[in-house]
Design a protein around this ligand. Structure first.
Ligand SMILES: NC(=O)c1ccc[n+]([C@@H]2O[C@H](COP(=O)([O-])OP(=O)(O)OC[C@H]3O[C@@H](n4cnc5c(N)ncnc54)[C@H](O)[C@@H]3O)[C@@H](O)[C@H]2O)c1
Length: 350
C-alpha cells in the first residue's frame, strides 16, 4: 500500500493498493455512495458490504455513466434524493467511479448544507492519477465543460487498483496519457515505466506507477491549491487536445486527444530549439494506438485554441518543456505553431 499525504489544510491521504477498499475507513454513521451506474454493477456490492460491515448506513445513488452525469439536472436530482434521505452535516458523500462521477459527487458534497465530507474511490486510471486529487469539482453547462464548480478537497482517496481490471483497455490507456504527462513534467522515469512491455491493469509495477503519478499532481496542487499559477503545467498537451476533441465532436476521446496533444507540445518544443522529447511522445502514441484523425484544417484548430483558458488578449499561451521536468507557460508565435503543426501533419495526416 502506498499512502501519500496531501499537505493542504486540512491534510488528507491518497491510499493506493490492490486491496485499498478492504482497508478503507469512512468514519460516518450515514454514507451516500454516488456511483457511476456501470461501475455500480461491477463494484458497488463490495463497497457497500465493506462500509456496512464497519457500522455505517449506506445509501447507494447510481448516476448516469461517465460525462452524462455532469449536468445541473443530475446534480439537482441527487441533491433532492440526499435531502429526502435525511443526510445531515456529519454524513459523508463517497464517489465511486471515474473522474466524471467524482467531479459531480464532489460538487454535491461541496454544495449540500454548504459542505459535507467527501471521499473518493476512483475506478479509472485517470481518476486515480488526476481527478481524485486536488479538490476541483463541478459539472458542465450546455455552454461549455466544467463551467460551474467549487474547490472541495476530499477527506481521503482510496484507490483500489483491482477495480481497474474491469476497465476497457482503451479507457485505461486514456488515463495512461495523463500519467505519461506527469512523467514528462518530472524526470521521465514514469514515461519509461509506462512504455515497458506488459504495462497495464494488473501489472506488478502498477502501484508504483500510480503512486509516482499521483505524487506529481500532489506536488503541484500543494504549491498552487487554487490554480493561480504552476498548476497550469498539468495542462501540458491539453491545448491541442481540447481543440481536437472539439473539431471531432468528441469522437476522439479525451485521453487519446491528450496523447496527440503531448506529441504536438513536444513538436513545439523541438521547433523552439528545446530538448527533443518527440521520440518519447511518439513512443507513447505507439503504445496508446489512438483512433486515427480525420482531415483537419489548421485554422479550425487555431480558432478553438484561441478559446483556451490560457489564451489572453496577447494571444495563445502554451505549456512548453525546455527539457524533461522543466515546464514553463509561454506565449508561442503563430509561425512556430504552424511549423509544429506541419511536422504533426506529416506524421499523422498525410
Ligand atoms: N477534477 C479534476 O481535477 C479533474 C481532472 C481531470 C479530469 N477530470 C474530469 O474527469 C472526467 C473524465 O474522467 P474519466 O476519464 O475517469 O472517465 P469517466 O468518469 O467519464 O468514465 C469513463 C467510462 O469508464 C467507465 N468506468 C469507470 N470505471 C470503470 C471500471 N472500473 N470498470 C469498467 N468501467 C468503468 C464509466 O462507466 C465510463 O463509461 C472528465 O469529466 C474530466 O473533466 C477532472
Amino acid at each position: 500500500m502506498a499512502d501519500l499525504l496531501v499537505h493542504l489544510e486540512p491534510p488528507y491521504k491518497v491510499h493506493i493498493s490492490s486491496s485499498a477498499l478492504e482497508q478503507m475507513i469512512v468514519p460516518h454513521a450515514v454514507i451516500v455512495v454516488i456511483a457511476d451506474e456501470a461501475v455500480a454493477l461491477l463494484h458497488a456490492a463490495r463497497v457497500t458490504a465493506l462500509l456496512e460491515a464497519a457500522g455505517s448506513r449506506v445509501v447507494l445513488l447510481p448516476v448516469p455513466s461517465g460525462e452524462r452525469c455532469k449536468t445541473m439536472g443530475v446534480m439537482a436530482e441527487v441533491l433532492s434524493k440526499i435531502a429526502a434521505a435525511g443526510l445531515t452535516r456529519d454524513s459523508a458523500i463517497v464517489a465511486l467511479g471515474g473522474g466524471a462521477t467524482s467531479d459531480l459527487a464532489g460538487y454535491v458534497a461541496a454544495s449540500y448544507l454548504r459542505g459535507v465530507a467527501f471521499y473518493v474511490l476512483p475506478t479509472t486510471l485517470l481518476a486515480m492519477v488526476d481527478a481524485s486529487v486536488g479538490g476541483k469539482t463541478g459539472v458542465n453547462l450546455p455552454e461549455g465543460k466544467n463551467l460551474v464548480g467549487a474547490f472541495h478537497q476530499p477527506s481521503a482517496v482510496w484507490a483500489d487498483l483491482s477495480t481497474l481490471e474491469t476497465l476497457p483497455s482503451r479507457t485505461f490507456k486514456e488515463g495512461a496519457a495523463e500519467a505519461f504527462k506527469h512523467g514528462l513534467l518530472t524526470d521521465g522515469a514514469l514515461c519509461d515505466a509506462i512504455l515497458e512491455p506488459g504495462f497495464g491493469a494488473g501489472s506488478a509495477k502498477l502501484e508504483a506507477v500510480v503512486a509516482a503519478a499521483v505524487q506529481v499532481k500532489i506536488d503541484l496542487v500543494q504549491r498552487d491549491p487554487f490554480e493561480a499559477g504552476e498548476r497550469a503545467y498539468l495542462n501540458f498537451g491539453h491545448t491541442l487536445a481540447h481543440a481536437l476533441e472539439a473539431v471531432t465532436l468528441h469522437a476522439l476521446p479525451h485521453g487519446e486527444a491528450v496523447g496527440y496533444g503531448l506529441h504536438f507540445a513536444a513538436l513545439i518544443g523541438k521547433t523552439l530549439g528545446y530538448s527533443d522529447l518527440t521520440t518519447l511522445t511518439r513512443a507513447f502514441l505507439e503504445y496508446q494506438r489512438p483512433a486515427g484523425l480525420p482531415n483537419l484544417e489548421w485554422r479550425d484548430l487555431l480558432a478553438f485554441m484561441g478559446r483556451d483558458k490560457k489564451a489572453d488578449a496577447g494571444g495563445l499561451r502554451f505549456v512548453t518543456l525546455q527539457a524533461l521536468g522543466a515546464p514553463k507557460l509561454e506565449r508561442v508565435s503563430g509561425a512556430v505553431l504552424e511549423e509544429a503543426w506541419k511536422l504533426f501533419e506529416d506524421e499523422f495526416l498525410r
